[in-house]
Ligand binder design. Structure first.
Ligand code: ADP
Length: 162
């Protein structure tokens, strides 16, 4: 069984993340979406909220969802994964992602990082931008799944458009 780990903050999950999961499912038997708990970023959603939203929008039994802390390479080994999935949207992602992939290779030479590109329309999309638009009451309905849109509205207490 080929298992790939897709790690990230997912604060919150967007259609860009879901697009990547769908692509990864074409290449791997299972995809483990792993939410990092010890990020230096201050998250908007708690781990429990992010796990819940992620589970609500999963359509395939081949997608596993969980959280982890500590080194990604240790978590990947513990799960029996040989591949890390990361997304590349624009050239701006490349430098950071390359550094991280090289560091992970240094730590765990048998673990490969595979980069996937989302559909064009999601290549400008990030969790950060979604939050910035949502806090101002902008329409994010095409950028995130419905449950995330509603969760953002509740967080920011903006009126529903639907
Ligand atoms: P992190 O804090 O690890 O960057 P994110 O949740 O922002 O966590 O991103 C997790 C992964 O998903 C990263 O590899 C990122 O490049 C990728 N990603 C984020 N948004 C998109 C998107 N719109 N399209 C494709 N990949 C994306």
């Amino acid at each position: 069984m080929r298992l790939a780990i897709f790690p990230g903050s997912f604060d919150p999950i967007t259609n860009g993340h879901l697009d990547l999961i769908d692509r990864a499912l074409k290449m791997f038997d299972r995809v483990y979406v792993a939410i990092l708990t010890n990020t230096s970023k201050k998250p908007l959603f708690t781990i429990e909220e992010r796990l819940g939203m992620m589970r609500e929008c999963q359509r395939s039994e081949r997608v596993l969802v969980g959280s982890f802390q500590g080194l990604l390479v240790d978590f990947a080994h513990a799960q029996g994964a040989a591949v890390i999935i990361r997304g590349l949207r624009a050239v701006s992602d490349f430098e950071y992602e390359l550094q991280m992939a090289m560091m992970n290779r240094e730590l765990a030479p048998n673990l490969e990082t595979v980069f996937l590109m989302p559909k064009n329309v999601y290549s400008y999309l990030s969790s950060r931008l979604v939050k910035e638009v949502a806090v101002l009451g902008g329409d994010i309905s095409k950028l995130v799944p419905k449950n995330v849109e509603e969760a953002l509205k509740r967080k920011f207490d903006t009126p529903s458009n639907s």
